[in-house]
Design a protein around this ligand. Structure first.
Ligand SMILES: [Zn+2]
Ligand SMILES: [Zn+2]
Length: 156
């Protein structure tokens, strides 16, 4: 079923992100590194504005959302970040060295977003699209609902 790969955390995660960006032929600049740090610190999808605010605070100087947006775009193309469409925001990719069509689980109550990888499901979506004469680039599968924490607090 799900393809085996380990998810990254901490400094090892930054190393994996740096390696993925370098493989994509891009430089791991100080600015890109600090944007990745900030992005990885969010457990909910963050907008370019949220990230620009946090990076500005960390660097003690104003960083424009526009330049953050360009870097996020680059991260998405190099598999370092994923866009969560229904939240109109970004998450750091926990497996930058492994390409999947991640399936996002978005909590409507607290906004926490986790994901699962199931290449069988996303493969079916891709082949259904191909069967309809459509060339799929990026299937977007997002499940809205309630995370385990919020579901548990409802029962209290
Ligand atoms: Zn994934
Ligand atoms: Zn929740």
């Amino acid at each position: 079923m799900a393809h085996e790969h380990h998810e990254h955390h901490g400094p090892e995660w930054n190393k994996a992100a740096e390696a993925a960006l370098t493989r994509a032929g891009e430089q791991w600049t100080a600015m890109r590194a600090s944007i990745f740090d900030v992005l990885a610190s969010f457990d909910k999808p963050a907008s370019a504005y949220d990230i620009a605010d946090a990076v500005s605070k960390a660097q003690g100087r104003r960083v424009a959302p526009n330049s953050v947006y360009r870097i996020l775009d680059l991260f998405v193309n190099a598999n370092l970040a994923r866009r969560v469409e229904s939240a109109n925001a970004y998450l750091a990719n926990s497996h930058p060295d492994c390409i999947h069509d991640c399936i996002f689980l978005v909590c409507d109550q607290c906004g926490q977003t986790t994901h699962i990888d199931n290449d069988t499901i996303t493969g079916s979506v891709r082949s259904a699209a191909s069967g309809a004469g459509f060339t799929p680039v990026r299937p977007v599968i997002e499940v809205r609902g309630r995370c385990a924490d919020c579901a548990a607090s409802v029962q209290d």
